[in-house]
Write a protein that binds this ligand. Sequence first.
Ligand code: AMP
Length: 401
Amino acid sequence: MKTLVINCGSSSIKYQLLTMPSSKVLAKGMVARIGDENATLSHEVEGDQLERELPVADHKAGMQIILQTLTEGDHKVVEKLSEIGAVGHRVVHGGEDFSSSVPITEEVSSAIERYADLAPLHNPPNLTGIRAAQSTLPDIPHVACFDTAFHATIPPVAYTYALPTELYEKYGVRRYGFHGTSHRYVAQRAAAILGIRDNDFNGITCHLGNGCSATAVRGGKSVDTSMGLTPLPGLVMGTRSGDIDPAILFFLESKGYDLAALNKLCNKQSGLLGVSGVSNDLRTLSEAASQGNQQAQLAIDIFAYRVKQYIGSYAAVLGRLDAVVFTGGIGENSAEVRASSCEELDLLGIHIDAQRNQSVGGPYAEIQASDSKVKVLVVATNEELAIAHDTFNVAQELTKR
Ligand code: AMP
């Protein structure tokens, strides 16, 4: 079955068309700058790239362009739209309602709309994408895959903030966690690589990209994660602060910062960018640090130190640890960050082999030293594939009904 995976942002639609269950990628691409006269389409088929500039009025027009590109012209990969059997949609916030991927009904759409309150930057464009895709492909199943779903198993002791209980009861203020599709995918991959059954796997998954989070996985289930009500807390990120003393915000308010300025400060001006004053991109920072920029080096050091703190904290939560797993643009590519995050963790039985750490390549690698009790893995994440699998499975279930 050909399965279309959609990841819709406020002005972009990323897509991948895969044949399932073989997982073959037929085409992938992105429509960017939606709403602009000079929007762009990038489309790739087996390494062959198509780049176009064109006006794209809205998400529905963007979807139509994607479907046209998949079915017409030199870069087409299907003869007719009816060959596409299902569409999987990435949705950021599913609140407490969803612990797995589900067929999108009116009720599901309403829930996504309701949780826009908790994810104002993500859920509205996710829903716009769903509506645009449903109106262009009305006769096939559409499936919602939530970033929060994998974390539905986190127990109250880990998701409850020590705030008055009425805030949870009235407004749903609790830890939800994000990047769930990635954490679940790499945890399952790690279990398979180690020859452990999914539900026997205990590990710490570190998704380190522009956004970063760590998850404690016990018996294949998320039992704690570093992001919270929103994707702001936890690890240091490209432009997000991660954990800070919340009273800093009250202090800054007394210095004249208003809410909008504080929001921008924590989400857009902090993290690697804020500390270094150079960039949110680790490659640029490494380059600057190698040329003697001390703030760039400090930003990298803080980043790795925080990862290490979370590894220690989650090792304590889990008790038994099979593996630490690194993924995401930084986790998969930065030997320096992996090495610093695991430095002097012999206490926990974690010991990286420097040579193996330097020569990582391919979809996965084991980088622990031979005397390390805990495995240390680098696993390339693939959220689109995970969404395609879920979508295929949900669509198969629907045909059985
Ligand atoms: P992501 O959001 O997963 O695409 O990750 C983006 C982050 O990964 C950026 O900070 C990049 O600098 C970093 N990154 C990507 N490739 C490399 C690389 N080869 N070495 C170090 N960092 C990298």
